[in-house]
Design a protein around this ligand. Sequence first.
Ligand code: IPE
Ligand code: IPE
Ligand code: MG
Ligand code: MG
Ligand code: MG
Length: 302
Amino acid sequence: MELKKYIDRSREIVEKRINEYLNKKPFVNETLKKSMLYSINAGGKRIRPAFMFLTYELLSSKDKKNIVDAAAAIEMIHTYSLIHDDLPAMDDDDLRRGKPTNHKIFGEGMAILAGDGLLTDAFNIISSSSAIKKNLKARAVEILSFRAGSSGMVSGQALDLLSEGKIYGAKEKSKIKKTLDYIHRHKTADMIMASCEIGCVLSEKEKYYKNLSEFALNIGLAFQVTDDILDVIGDKKKLGKSGSDQKNQKLTYVTLFGLEKAKKMADNFLTKALKNIESLEGDIEKKKLLKELALLVVRRDR
Ligand code: IPE
Ligand code: IPE
Ligand code: MG
Ligand code: MG
Ligand code: MG
């Protein structure tokens, strides 16, 4: 199977599940629902569900449909993080996934609430899942809450904000590099780690948990370095966002090391990631697709 087909199928079942879940949910305010579904249906790449599904199918040879609630939860948290990331108080962006940002359409208050709704509902969709066993749901929620919360993505976003507009001298470079690695590790890699870790736990084959966790860390770092590069050289139309790092004086791999070195660093993370899964045994076709997906993370143009 081609990777594109695999991602398309992953996208299809995740989007269907989130829409069905929100449309069936009782007591949801209509405007809030519209705002949540606006960002969900704006069409992201759905890379995180694809990583979760491939990890699961690689190890278990069961169908990804069994864990769609967990994949939906990851994408809901990711989408919430983007809605909040775009707010004027954060990156102040007008364009996301090729459409006006959530707050541009629904206002800042409703955008904050849409994020709150998606974050909280992510834990509801997974904990109320009838397809995933009780003990496995509990483990998935534990991983997801740890990686998304204050030990994870939220602290990455916090340091990202705190590092804006800082001027640093050449002598400070190694200290700043540590700060930047913390930001990337947490704001971006943690959610990709959660995707692979949950895929592994749900497959009930935890033998490779550490390999997959390290794989996802390196993929996450490669992903964010590439995001920083695309912010400078990417085609804004393809990206569906306008590129605000310079305006916000963000600390990025490009500002710290320049474009060429940043590209090399992304490739180095990819090489490390591929080594992390070298010894992994499972479905051969899925392993091939997982490697191709890893490659896409640094070779993408959107
Ligand atoms: C953007 O993530 C935010 C980062 C963590 C860099 P994606 O590039 O995966 O965004 P979508 O989901 O495809 O819109
Ligand atoms: C955002 O990083 C990471 C999260 C939303 C957690 P960026 O601010 O670089 O993402 P983009 O470039 O706006 O997508
Ligand atoms: Mg940001
Ligand atoms: Mg941003
Ligand atoms: Mg960015």
